[in-house]
Write a protein that binds this ligand. Sequence first.
Ligand code: SF4
Length: 292
Amino acid sequence: MALIPNPDLRRALVERIRYYNELGIYDFYQRERQISEPSPAAEDAVLTTTQPEQREEMSPRKSAAVAPIPEENIFEVLTPKPEQQAIDPVAALKLIREDLGDCTRCKLHKQGRKQIVFGVGNPRAELMFVGEGPGADEDQQGEPFVGRAGQLLNNMIKAMGIGREDVYIANVVKCRPPGNRTPERDECDTCSPFLMRQIAVIKPKVVVALGAVAAKNLLAINAPMAELRGRFYDFMPAGARTSDPNWQGAKLAVTYHPAFLLRDPRQKGEAWKDLQMVMKYLGLSVPGNLSR
Ligand code: SF4
């Protein structure tokens, strides 16, 4: 805390950090600023303008007169994520689930959910699928993709020559939106830090975003499916340590949500092209057409 000499500001920052930790947010990045004499107004600005969603990597400071910023973010040192204590991804995912608790962080908790649908599958999976949110069957059973769309996803995974138990499956929001409506922006923003932490722990080689909602939330870009599909994106979940020598991020591909494919089966061929692209990257042999 040597960079924050003002005790009131320091206390306020600690309180603010605790508040964000409660929301599941542990990573904070400071915008680069011109260094002259620090003023109280500038210190206040740290509190009022540096929001967690304005994440930027720290850049080296330009002035040699200022103490160098340590490699590791000072706030990470202060508030390590619970899963950073874990020795393996199984334990780490358990700690993230415990941190989520009986979550009431967004309004979906009071809109009829039966339970939180955390995620399922291999904690060391090379391939991860991310949908938008649980439906009625998932809410009932506490597992993502178990209804009709889940059956189709299982078929898609099988067509790739692997099993559901080989991959990890999760959603952007972990509680069922009422009437299966699309999760709203504030709900996605509140819940997605937990998904990002799950991805950072699993360290997959490839993440497949199922549908536009998942794609837009993971990539933070707003584009139609036609533009999002057909290519890989370099993906590093927000808050993951870029210095981890064992994982430099995943490739992210976008394909149609299985529920959409049930409504419009003509698009299955297009989805299969997306999966073939993923299979090639993962070194899986590419068989015939996607089974129905
Ligand atoms: S959707 Fe996510 S943030 Fe909202 S209440 Fe459920 S678990 Fe909490």
